[in-house]
Write a protein that binds this ligand. Sequence first.
Ligand code: PAF
Length: 283
Amino acid sequence: MQIITEPRQMQAIAEKLRLNRQFIGVVMTMGALHEGHLSLIKLARQSAGTIILTIFVNPSQFGIDEDLHQYPRPFEQDVALATAAEVDYLFAPVAGTIYPENYQTTLQCGALGERFEGERRPGHFNGVATVVTKLLHITKPHRAIFGEKDAQQLAIIRRLVEDLNLDVDIVSAPIIREENGLAVSSRNIYLSSQERNAASILYQGICHAQKCIAEQNKNLPAIAAEIEQMIRSTPGCRPDYVAFVDEEQFEPAETVEAGKEYRLLIAAYAGSVRLIDNGKICA
Ligand code: PAF
């Protein structure tokens, strides 16, 4: 595996790979690699001849009171995991090469970026959209793999690719869960073992919703209220939001209509750790 830090060098390599008819798959991460990231690399490997992994803790997607400086950066461990996963190129730039001193241009996501996570984390999705677009231009992939764990991010990236006519195929990968159902995330390392157990309530909420809908209960706000109550009555946990949205537009949904797909979004705290999770709802 080759480690590249300079955007221009990564672009030159990607260009050469394309000229040599290599199918490039990219997996973008902020490092602190875990099972979830490794599953994205595995999925990329199924179709791509060359895998580029990016590791960049993107400052523009963190709010001023968020964990940018505490965000885990176990680089040596990430290199070992990426090597074992047979990544071909690891692109790990320093912030100054992605956002040089005179940097001014950013992307605005619009309404989709202002709901749910976007409302709680103003500017977050503009930062994500900007860096994802830059990383796509730097790594020139045919295909980019993103996890369903960040469902709103995935919807925004799909929207951005369509709106800006970007020539890349976006593929989603299912959420990887721990044994108790907790979705695997880099921020899980902040959880104590007690909080980790309690945090399984988010997954239990998703299962509850799936069961209600299978039993023809279509009152989505009522189901969301029940899940909020489940979270509230779990010691150490409190809900932030629980909402059903339609899969296509990510608009809040009140009921289930035949032929449409929905997603349940949950954000909740276990202790002081904010967690997000989601599940597809099949009518
Ligand atoms: O999902 C993430 O890890 C980040 O938001 C991404 C897509 C790598 C952009 O910084």
